[in-house]
Design a protein around this ligand. Structure first.
Ligand code: SF4
Ligand code: SF4
Length: 88
């Protein structure tokens, strides 16, 4: 599945509460030395952690390496191509 967003954290301002690790729906966050470590291959950029962070140090950024499709038609064509299906 293509994911176009990713979490970014201002670690200097993090208070080490662990709330973002507890709430992440895909378990992309672990705590190490009272700081969150994000597995970027798992993060889906959903933003749930950002709204749960009491220190407000999490933001959601666009993944620069992935260009979002211009439209749903384009997205559907992209998915069909990836699955080897016939294009319209
Ligand atoms: S943005 Fe979503 S998937 Fe990524 S670390 Fe936060 S809660 Fe987890
Ligand atoms: S929720 Fe915010 S303050 Fe708490 S560990 Fe995560 S980034 Fe740090």
């Amino acid at each position: 599945m293509a994911v176009y967003f990713i979490r970014a954290t201002e670690l200097d301002e993090c208070i080490g509460c662990g709330a973002c690790a507890d709430i992440c729906p895909v378990d992309a966050v672990t705590m190490a030395n009272e700081r969150p470590v994000v597995d970027n291959d798992w993060c889906i950029g959903c933003g749930v952690c950002a709204v749960s962070c009491p220190a407000e140090v999490i933001s959601i950024k666009r993944r620069l390496e992935r260009q979002a499709p211009e439209s749903f038609t384009h997205l559907h064509q992209q998915i069909k191509q990836e699955k080897g299906l016939e294009l319209e």
